[in-house]
Design a protein around this ligand. Structure first.
Ligand code: CO
Length: 208
C-alpha cells in the first residue's frame, strides 16, 4: 500500500505536466545534469530553493541546512561544494539566508534546544563578533533580521575560503559567489551586494 497517497498523486500529475511542456524532459535529465547554480540555503520549509527563482529540475544543485551554515568541518556541505565546483563546474554559488530565520533567532536568544544548539554555535560566534552592529537597532525583529544578513556575509566568506573555491579561481575557472536574503513577508529576494569572483575580491570582504 502506498503511504502518503496525495503526494504520489501530486508526483504523477507533475510528471504529466512536465512531459506535456517538454516531451524529452525526463530523457534529457536521465542523461545527466549540468546545473549553472549551487544554492546553499536554510532548511526552512518556507524557502523552497528552485521554486522562488523559477527554476526546475536539473537547473540548480542544492544544499540546505538549518540557518544556511557553511563550515569547513562539515563533510556534507564541503562535499556538495567540491562536487558542484570541481565536477559540475557551476558558474554561481548562491548563499541565501532569509529574514526571521529560526536558527539565527535561536542563536541570538541562546535557547536550549539540544543538539541544534551545537549546530548553531558558529552563528553565536558571528553574533558575538557583531554585537556593535545591532546595538543601535531598537526592535528585536530588526536586530535578528540584521543578524540574518550578517550571517549570510559570514557564510559567503566561508565559501570563498574553501580550498575548492580558491583553487577554482587560481586555475581561472569562472565562478561567482553571491550573498542573498529572502523576505518571507513578500516572497522577494534581496541581493546583499556581495558578489565575489576572484581570490582578490574574496580577500577584500571585511571581517564578519
Ligand atoms: Co532559517
Amino acid at each position: 500500500m502506498e503511504k502518503l497517497p496525495e503526494l504520489f498523486e501530486n508526483n504523477r500529475q507533475w510528471t504529466e505536466q512536465m512531459q506535456q511542456k517538454h516531451p524529452d524532459f525526463f530523457d534529457d535529465l536521465a542523461e545527466g545534469q549540468s546545473p549553472e547554480y549551487l544554492w546553499i540555503g536554510c532548511a526552512d520549509s518556507r524557502v523552497p530553493a528552485s521554486e522562488i527563482v523559477g527554476l526546475t529540475a536539473g537547473d540548480m544543485f542544492v544544499h540546505r541546512n538549518v540557518a544556511n551554515v557553511v563550515l569547513h568541518t562539515d563533510l556534507n556541505c564541503q562535499s556538495v561544494l567540491q562536487y558542484a565546483v570541481k565536477v559540475l563546474k557551476v558558474k554561481h554559488v548562491i548563499v541565501c539566508g532569509h529574514y526571521g530565520c529560526g536558527g539565527v533567532t535561536s542563536a541570538y536568544e541562546g535557547t536550549d534546544l539540544g543538539l541544534i544548539d551545537n549546530w548553531l554555535q558558529p552563528i553565536q560566534d558571528v553574533i558575538e563578533k557583531n554585537r556593535d552592529k545591532i546595538e543601535g537597532i531598537d526592535k528585536k525583529k530588526d536586530k535578528i533580521n540584521r543578524l540574518c544578513e550578517i550571517n549570510v556575509k559570514a557564510q559567503v566568506k566561508n565559501v570563498c575560503r574553501s580550498p575548492f573555491v580558491r583553487k577554482a579561481w587560481e586555475s581561472g575557472q569562472t565562478l561567482s559567489v553571491h550573498g542573498w536574503i529572502y523576505n518571507l513577508e513578500d516572497g522577494l529576494l534581496n541581493d546583499l551586494d556581495l558578489c565575489i569572483s576572484s581570490n582578490d575580491e574574496a580577500a577584500s570582504i571585511s571581517e564578519v
